[in-house]
Design a protein around this ligand. Sequence first.
Ligand code: FES
Length: 87
Amino acid sequence: MSNKKKPLELAICMGSSCFSRGNKNNIKVIKAYIARHGVCDKVTLKGHLCEGLCKEGPNITLDGEVFHAIEASTLPALLDEHLKRQD
Ligand code: FES
């Protein structure tokens, strides 16, 4: 039996509002982060359509918790923090 933790579930909103207001670049930042840190087995990345929270976007969801107004500059620290919990 393995005691490996479940991967972090990262869902990024690819709806037109979130996408055009930052997630277009944020998805690149996330992919680069995963590659740089070699954590592809620790993160499940998926995109989803608009969830009606456009005003607070760009949004991403980490293990079911929604984070708003995501900026590329603060994204790596947010991922660091959440990935630490997976260790
Ligand atoms: S486009 Fe992301 S919540 Fe609407």
